[in-house]
Design a binder for this molecule. Sequence first.
Ligand code: ZN
Length: 195
Amino acid sequence: MPYRLASHRYSEIEELTTNDLLNYSSLVLPISIDEIIENMGIKIKSYADLSPEKLALLVNLGASSDNGFSINNGKKEWRIFYDKTGYECRDNSTKAHELGHIRLDHSERSDLAEAEANVYMSRILAPYPILCAMNVQKVQDSLIYVIDTFNLSATMAANTLSRFFNRRQFNSGLTPYEQTLYDKFIDKKKKGGFR
Ligand SMILES: [Zn+2]
């Protein structure tokens, strides 16, 4: 069973991802999670970069069932470690999920923390305002387009689209932060450099 958050919590996380995109992303598609992590000053390494002894030690510290974990050195300097598969969309999801734990100040693992990190991951990789700025009309015509444009797995693209159409049907519009992101994206798109 997917864990459902309180609806205000979705809004809070969406505001955070929107601000993180405004502050740390060039908004070139697909959204580069590596760029965001680097611009935040967070170091990232794959498990393969570590010796087996160090990895075992760190995995114990992170005590996590994720494909990655994050630690800080006590001075608010964060590091993300992740299990690189070589499948870009999967690796990006892992990195975005771990970044979510950091940005949401999760101090312990729980079903709630995992669900929140997944919301952060899905929103930062495929932001609603940017979907609004694109010509997404029907699920069946858009699935491949969304997979390619945002570099998502088929499952994540399908979830993104169902969320998009659901919100567009019932929601009045963008929040002020989302409108800023929408405008900035449109502006960049007009100036070129986007596919
Ligand atoms: Zn997690």
